[in-house]
Design a protein around this ligand. Structure first.
Ligand code: EPZ
Length: 417
């Protein structure tokens, strides 16, 4: 089990170039399975979730080769349509292969996907959409067997919730289905736009990505391309949180300012000075943060649920009371009890957290419960008095490339232990 040791007390100052986005890299890797040719994806972060997805693609008969930050996939001759349980359980994004498998093979056998334990995370929206596009579905005790006897066809699909994964699965399946798909109530996250841009560069005909209504006109065949993955907006926000919480100053390079629009006002309410400098973002923090008031997580362009834990960490030592309402996942506050071990004063009532700022946290031995919660513990430890050990730190490696090396570059005293 991996551990991180953090000694707090330093103001973080310096420059960081933001990694490629995990939540775009993963669907893009899955989308290469729809393409009977070579694709090269650039700016691909070195993450355990990316490695796990490459293992699944290789199992399905693709070749996959990493050279630095680029990964080349060739899905010309797929060989299997069954994803073994061991691989499926490793990560949530294994479900992204459902659409590509049905599109390329006309069949798929999957298990319930894994992923961070932040809630029930059903896949009913994915399955219902595939059924509308022509799939038959049979569920046994442990797996789901899908067949598309007459091939996938376009459909008029209404999502009751703007599910990111379901939107991505539908786009990938519809890209090479027969006919046109109208998708209403789609997720509007920037990662959806990245996926559509990638597929359109491969010859797909997708319009409206980033809006609630997307039209996908199926094409017979896609061709390969080279594509650069967007920067990670959640890691960018976490890096800003690390500087903000330690009263420091940071220049983030390679960010997309528009993607950070949902979180920047909250940093400013806490007393941070945030300015755009070309493709960089500069943050200058006060000695002590003031409360951001109240945050409510919501689908994009609302406040992102994945940034919620880092803002909870900052609120722990702000000069007053802060409130967060989590509306996306039912168990995203489970990390609160670990913050309490560091002296935080947090009251959880259902989906609402009330954080009473204390002057300073103290070091403790704490456990990462999920990727974003674990990263938030490490960020909180940067401002704490003394030494903190974060256990189960392998959860952080799922989405934050070399968190210790990244934060050391701006002066943090942090190392794998
Ligand atoms: C993606 O998960 C991200 N993961 C999550 O990031 C992110 O928190 C989430 O979108 C919301 O933005 C990846 O992209 C790999 P959803 P996903 O489908 O697709 C319900 C991280 O830390 N729902 O938008 O699983 C579901 O229960 C991770 O990087 C259904 O009810 O999220 C949840 O309440 C965590 N039925 C809500 O929708 C379904 O079929 C949001 O889920 C699907 C989802």
């Amino acid at each position: 089990m991996a551990e991180l040791t953090v000694t707090g007390g330093r103001r973080l100052m310096g420059e960081i170039t933001v990694q490629g986005a995990k939540n775009s890299a993963l669907p893009l890797l899955a989308a290469t399975f729809c393409i009977p040719a070579k694709c090269t994806l650039q700016n691909m972060p070195a993450l355990s979730d990316v490695s796990a997805t490459l293992s699944i693609l290789r199992h399905l008969g693709c070749t996959a080769r990493r050279e630095g930050q680029s990964i080349t996939i060739d899905a010309t001759t797929p060989a299997r349509y069954i994803i073994p349980e061991s691989l499926m359980r490793e990560l949530r994004s294994s479900i992204f292969l459902l659409g590509p498998l049905l599109a390329r093979f006309g069949r798929a056998e999957i298990f319930a996907p894994g992923g961070c334990n932040i809630g029930a995370r059903p896949i009913d929206l994915h399955l219902a959409a595939m059924k509308q596009m022509g799939a038959t579905i049979r569920q046994t005790d442990e797996k789901i067997i899908l067949r598309v006897p007459r091939g996938l066809h376009g459909a008029d699909i209404n999502l009751r919730f703007p599910s990111v994964g379901a939107t991505e699965n539908i786009i990938m399946a519809a890209a090479i289905a027969r006919g046109t798909t109208q998708l209403h109530g789609a997720a509007r996250e920037p990662e959806i736009v990245d996926l559509a841009d990638f597929l359109n560069r491969c010859g797909a005909k997708i319009s409206g990505a980033g809006k609630s209504d997307i039209v996908i006109e199926g094409v017979r065949r896609l061709h390969g391309c080279t594509y650069q993955v967007m920067p990670d907006r959640i890691i960018a926000s976490s890096c800003l949180s690390a500087a903000a919480l330690t009263g420091g100053e940071i220049l983030l390079r390679g960010v997309n300012h528009a993607h950070l629009a949902p979180v920047l006002p909250a940093f400013r309410r806490m007393g941070c000075r945030v300015t755009a400098v070309n493709d960089a973002l500069h943050l200058y923090a006060p000695r002590r943060l003031v409360p951001f008031g109240a945050l409510v997580t919501a689908p994009y362009p609302g406040f992102p649920t994945d940034s919620q834990s880092a803002f909870l960490a900052m609120a722990c030592t702000a000069s007053g009371v802060s409130r967060i309402k989590e509306t996306i996942f039912e168990s995203r506050f489970h990390q609160a009890r670990e913050f309490a071990k560091m002296g935080a004063h947090i009251a959880i009532r259902g989906s609402q957290a009330e954080i009473y700022g204390v002057p300073r946290l103290h070091g403790a031995r704490v456990k990462a419960m999920d990727l974003r919660g674990g990263a938030a513990l490490a960020v909180a430890a940067l401002g704490a008095h003394g030494q903190t050990t974060v256990t189960c730190a392998e959860l952080i490696d799922r989405g934050w490339e070399d968190i210790a090396g990244t934060l050391r570059r701006i002066g943090a005293n942090i190392a794998p232990s």
